[in-house]
Design a protein around this ligand. Structure first.
Ligand SMILES: [Zn+2]
Ligand SMILES: [Zn+2]
Length: 119
């Protein structure tokens, strides 16, 4: 699949591998005391079961969900991607742009020299 790096925004290709198990059932009403059909469906979901009706199982929804779960939350083109320069936007993986990126007037810069007593 193609993903965009969350640090440098570069698109990269990666393999997505995920092993999962899905349990489909339509016989939950006997084990779950539920008032209506909707409630049966919700409880089945809580138990990790996927409820289905009729003679056919639609695998799409369950598989889609697993693929979404397998997506990296913070995709990175490489483990130590340096990202983009916050000043000029240069790709820092290609070398340093020479910008001074230490925050000059940061609200928290005063805290840098703060020393807290050990508790
Ligand atoms: Zn990157
Ligand atoms: Zn720069």
């Amino acid at each position: 699949m193609r993903l965009a790096c969350s640090r440098c925004l570069k698109e990269y290709e990666t393999r997505l591998a995920s092993a999962f198990e899905l349990t489909y059932t339509r016989d939950v009403s006997s084990s779950i005391e539920a008032v209506d059909h909707k409630e049966v469906e919700l409880k089945a979901e809580e138990m990790g079961l996927i409820f289905f009706n009729g003679e056919q199982i639609d695998l799409m929804e369950g598989i889609q969900e697993q693929i979404v779960l397998a997506f990296p939350i913070q995709p990175l083109c490489q483990r130590h991607c340096k990202g983009l320069c916050s000043k000029c936007g240069a790709d820092l993986n290609k070398g340093d742009c020479g910008c001074d990126r230490t925050p000059l007037n940061s609200k928290f810069s005063a805290l840098r020299n703060l020393k807290l007593d050990d508790i």
